[in-house]
Write a protein that binds this ligand. Structure first.
Ligand code: ZN
Length: 273
């Protein structure tokens, strides 16, 4: 009995081996199994439908660029390859798309919808830099920086720079200390940041990242292992954050002194008549 069972088992095993031997792995590299896992088709509609799957896995969408016109502050999307200049559909300005890496003395203003990198060795004068994205890896000196995305890498301590931006990212290698108050839409800290920060939408402190200082935001996201040593105000709607498009509007509000003067003047006039 036992002999008969064993014989059967061996038969089954041997047959599997035989099937394997008949179909060697990777016989045709062109049709090697893909690593891409797609949901299994609901109904096997006859025949092997491998080619469409492979085609779908290889399809690449054309790149899309979110562009803010530096001439008129109009926001639009450019799809496809980025030419040297792109025309603003509103003001018809030919916008430069050049990317800059500043790693030496620089004193000319820059306006581009590309990326500007302030690299180690940069010595910037009091220049105005308007770009889509600015990456700061070294001290930007007294530059005025206006951008959509500000990325801080390395030991940037932009104490004198005037910064106006929409979203802030402190890269994992970023070690930044700000003395001026920062206002933005979203802030993500993956390295270390010490600052007074107002984030209109959210503040994220990543795993292993450190945030110190003060923060005012409607959403605080702390990832596992994030370090936080700050005064927090979690307020719905966030703080009043100025628009990142350009001019700081801090001086627009009338000062209490001006208001008081205006009030007194009116009263005096009313009293005289
Ligand atoms: Zn424009």
């Amino acid at each position: 009995m036992a002999d008969g069972d064993r014989a059967k088992m061996i038969d089954g095993f041997a047959s599997v081996q035989a099937v394997r031997r008949r179909r060697p792995k990777g016989a045709d590299p062109k049709y090697a199994p893909t690593r891409t896992r797609l949901p299994a088709p609901r109904k096997p509609a006859g025949g092997a439908k491998a080619p469409p799957v492979a085609h779908a896995a290889r399809t690449a969408l054309p790149p899309r660029y979110d562009i803010l016109c530096y001439a008129c502050a109009y926001r639009f999307t450019h799809t496809g390859r980025m030419p040297e200049t792109v025309l603003c559909p509103k003001c018809r300005e030919a916008l430069q798309t050049k990317a800059y890496t500043l790693d030496g003395p620089w004193s000319e203003p820059i306006a581009t919808v590309g990326t500007v990198t302030v690299a180690v060795g940069a010595a910037l004068g009091a220049v105005r830099i308007v770009a889509s994205k600015v990456r700061i890896a070294a001290d930007p000196g007294e530059a005025e920086i206006v951008c959509q995305d500000l990325e801080l890498t390395g030991n940037a301590a932009p104490g004198l720079a005037r910064l106006s931006f929409r979203d802030l990212l402190v890269a994992p290698e970023g070690r930044c200390v700000f003395t001026q108050k920062l206002a933005c839409r979203k802030a993500a800290v993956l390295g270390r940041l010490k600052a007074r920060l107002e984030a209109e939408e959210s503040l994220t402190v990543g795993a292993g990242a450190t945030f110190q200082g003060e923060a005012r935001t409607p959403r605080l996201i702390l990832e596992d292992g994030a370090r936080l040593s700050a005064r927090l105000a979690i307020v719905p709607g966030g703080g009043a954050v100025e628009k990142p498009a350009g001019k700081p509007d801090g001086e627009k509000r009338p000062t209490p002194a001006r208001r008081a003067r205006g009030g007194r003047g009116k009263k005096k006039v009313a009293g005289d008549q």
